[in-house]
Design a protein. Structure first.
Length: 163
């Protein structure tokens, strides 16, 4: 299993706090890009997460993967390279979040309810996704990671969950 970087580890925390570089498709073969997406997807699933940014596994690129069930209940997988939130609704809502890089800790984070995310797909083609609900929240969480921001920077009522 691919280890997930932890904020509590000083060296790994430094990686998590450093924004990675844009993913340059010309520097990678299509097979290398597909292997990267597959590696990240496996790591996210193994950790039982719904999203994972490249810097959470020590990779220096602006890319994240995520998987959320559609309205029909089927899992929809996303791999977004060089993502940017280009529009946010003024309507925000609080929701409890956690993070694979800060295990066992949760907090209430206010995020925009609707967003537009732009970036590139695994083939380097431009993409634009209108998102709301949990999908919009996951996209914002992962874009924050790629900016060196973790959810506890924005959260209120941060606390450990005791099982």
């Amino acid at each position: 299993m691919q280890p997930i970087y932890q904020l509590a580890d000083p060296a790994q925390g430094k990686v998590l706090r450093t924004p990675p570089q844009p993913y340059a498709f010309g520097d990678h073969t299509p097979a290398e890009t597909r292997a990267l997406v597959d590696r990240m997807k496996r790591a996210m699933h193994a950790a039982q997460g719904i999203g994972l940014s490249a810097n959470q596994i020590g990779l220096p690129w602006q890319v994240f993967v995520g998987q959320i069930a559609s309205a029909q209940g089927k899992p929809k997988f996303y791999a977004v390279f060089n993502p940017k939130v280009t529009w946010k609704s003024d309507d925000v809502s609080p929701f409890e979040e956690g993070c694979l890089s800060i295990p066992g800790v949760y907090g209430m984070v206010e995020r925009s309810e609707k967003i537009v995310l732009e970036g590139q797909d695994k083939n380097g083609k431009p993409l634009k996704i209108k998102a709301w609900g949990l999908l919009a929240r996951m996209f914002q969480h992962e874009v924050d990671h790629l900016s060196g921001v973790v959810f506890t920077d924005k959260a209120k009522n941060v606390r450990p969950i005791i099982e």
